[in-house]
Design a protein around this ligand. Sequence first.
Ligand code: ADP
Ligand code: MG
Length: 245
Amino acid sequence: MAVDPLIELHDVNKHFGPLHVLRDINLTVGRGEVVVVIGPSGSGKSTLCRAINRLETVESGTILLEGEPLPAEGKDLARLRADVGMVFQSFNLFAHKTVLANISLAQVKVRGRKREEADQRSRELLDRVGLADQAAKFPAQLSGGQQQRVAIARALAMDPKALLFDEPTSALDPEMINEVLEVMQQLAREGMTMVVVTHEMGFARSAANRVVFMADGRIVEDRTPEQFFTAPESDRAKDFLSKIL
Ligand code: ADP
Ligand code: MG
């Protein structure tokens, strides 16, 4: 793939107390690329995602978005989190707001859209994720799969440059996983730049341009899904795959 770097991490390190959770991380995500991050629990996958939109600070190294260092605070930080949207395992919708309001809110606050314009865009996105008839409901009235699709619509409403997904289907009942993965597959096909932490190996095989395997805070492998799944190089990856496949 022609490299037009959208997100770059150079020699990034982070500790939590004595725990070295990100060790010399070097990673480039090209525009339009889908990078799936896998690895054992505690290997640093969530911290990596959170560092990219500055929910965590790092101690050394640099993280660039379109060649620029991440902003540290204020309006620029809010803009960063709109430009690089994040979808969490736990949906994180506003419980006391309707589905429509959940999607419209940041469009008004961060992107400065008029309310009617924001609502119009929210309805288009709800239609796109298959929830056109759910706009007036509250999150608790929806299934987990529906809530996660609302969360994706909310991130998309910011016209993000990239989306980060941290185990977006891990909290879902099995029958709801596919409806969320299908929305993500569609985004991937449309060229959205995505970093996806997931245990869904079918998604990794079909949607990923690259699989990044992490263990103990390090990137141990960074290869195509074909290479990774058919011939993992490291013992850590072989061991991991033998347990989940
Ligand atoms: P993963 O997502 O791969 O399971 P995480 O990035 O969540 O891994 O965590 C990496 C390590 O950092 C784990 O050992 C975890 O317990 C620890 N950790 C994560 N967040 C914090 C925190 N806020 N304070 C202290 N330790 C943390
Ligand atoms: Mg995690």
